[in-house]
Design a protein around this ligand. Structure first.
Ligand code: SAH
Length: 400
């Protein structure tokens, strides 16, 4: 690995880095000109030339690199990556011993000590997400560590660092033996089909595991369920398995129809008994409100930002309106499961959207459940933005 360069922190930011803030941002250091090649290891020094930390240079929308260690003697080499990944795997030991779940996150970026890198287990196959060209420079060390520590059958990767920080389309097979897709993994006893080599998304978002379980085990029985922004329909599958009377899944993407049917079939559910609509959710809301449709449970899980032909949706700006629509389609005493992965606002703000939407409708509500990221997605204490997931189960109460 190349030699490390010295970066001087501006005086007013030294405490922030000394206290453990893990993300390097451009405007906090004096001599960013020294940075030219992603993957370069830098040493952060205070204005007096004292060691603060060591990290790597990598461009992400969030910053220009991540701190890796505060120990002056610790060098960033194969052994470093091996130690971090081993510690992360150790932490997941309960997951490795579960019979009914084999899809989980084994490495969660800065929460496990290396920002810009995540690794997920899908049965015997693993998926690495590289969030910058900088961290991708260490792929040899990281792949060797994985092979040494767990001997995956095969490894896939997503390079999430094109110019806009998005996924770079590629053959995502990285090492080992290729899998046959769809690959069926298990989550709390439910079969989930994934494809690790077909674009940016693999078919499931692992961070919602606890939410799906709760829906199945305590909410779905005997209920009607509307699943909006349904993608591969996994919330609907959990609903049916929990005894839901009927589900309707709505997603704009054409691929969602086949993928959702397949998820039902993988669990012995006849897809023809369920409703699957390829449609803009906002059109469906108009239709539903006009026709007086009502559901016992409405799942809202929109992307942070989406543009369709007629609508631009931004979670930060438009979630209140989305909730208002959902309220109209929810039975009295029904439940809205409102979720967002938008990192630019926190749970308090999210609850504010809920209060506002119900106030607009002059309807009382009650929050029944609250979720953030699950145990296999640990976050960094000095980096609360990393705790992006917010989920609320909200009961719509009768009248005022
Ligand atoms: N709830 C899903 C994940 C949602 S991903 C799950 O738990 O697996 C976001 C989805 O929203 C994508 O599948 C995308 O196609 C869909 N989407 C984005 N804008 C939409 C719109 N206006 N109407 C319907 N679906 C939309």
């Amino acid at each position: 690995m190349s030699e490390e360069i010295i970066l001087r922190v501006q005086n007013r930011y030294t405490d922030m880095y000394k206290e453990g803030f893990p993300l390097l941002s451009k405007d906090t250091v004096e001599n960013t000109d020294a940075l030219y090649e992603e993957g370069t290891i830098f040493q952060l020094q205070d204005p007096g030339g004292n060691f603060i930390a060591r990290g790597y240079y990598g461009l992400q929308n969030k910053g220009i690199g991540w701190i890796l260690t505060h120990k002056e003697r610790e060098t960033i080499d194969s052994l470093f990556f091996q130690k971090k990944i081993a510690a992360a795997i150790n932490k997941r030991s309960p997951f490795y011993h579960k019979e009914d779940t084999d899809a989980f996150r084994i490495f969660n970026g800065e929460g496990d000590g290396i920002g810009g890198l995540t690794i997920d287990a899908f049965g015997e196959y693993y998926l690495i997400n590289w969030y910058s060209l900088g961290i991708y420079q260490f792929r040899k060390e990281i792949l060797s560590a994985l092979n040494l520590l767990i001997q995956p059958r095969g490894i896939y990767q997503k390079k999430r660092f094109d110019k806009k920080g998005q996924y770079l389309a590629d053959d995502d097979f990285a090492a080992g033996r290729p899998a046959v897709f769809p690959l069926v993994v298990k989550e709390n006893g439910v079969n989930i089909e994934v494809n690790l080599n077909d674009g940016a998304m693999v078919g499931v978002f692992l961070d919602q595991r606890d939410v799906r379980k709760k829906l199945r085990d305590q909410y779905a029985n005997g209920k009607t369920l509307l699943n909006t922004f349904s993608y591969t329909g996994i919330f609907s599958v959990f609903g049916v398995l929990g005894g839901a009377e009927k589900t309707a899944s709505v997603d704009l993407a054409k691929r969602s129809l086949e993928l959702t049917k397949a998820q039902f079939l993988a669990n012995g559910i006849d897809p023809d008994t369920q409703e699957i609509r390829v449609e803009d959710v906002f059109n469906f809301f108009d239709y539903g409100i006009k026709h007086g449709l009502k559901y016992d449970i409405v799942v809202l899980d929109p992307p942070s930002f989406a543009r369709s032909k007629k609508h631009t949706f931004s979670a930060k700006k438009d979630y209140t309106q989305l909730l208002e629509n959902a309220i109209d389609l929810t039975e009295d005493d029904g439940v809205i499961i409102a979720s967002t992965n938008c990192a630019t606002f926190d749970m308090k703000t999210f609850k504010g959207f809920v209060s506002k939407a119900f106030a607009e409708k002059s309807i009382k509500f009650h929050i029944l459940e609250e979720y953030s990221l699950p145990k296999d997605f640990p976050t960094h204490p000095s980096f609360p933005e990393g705790d992006y997931l917010k989920v609320l189960f909200i009961k719509k109460q009768t009248g005022l």
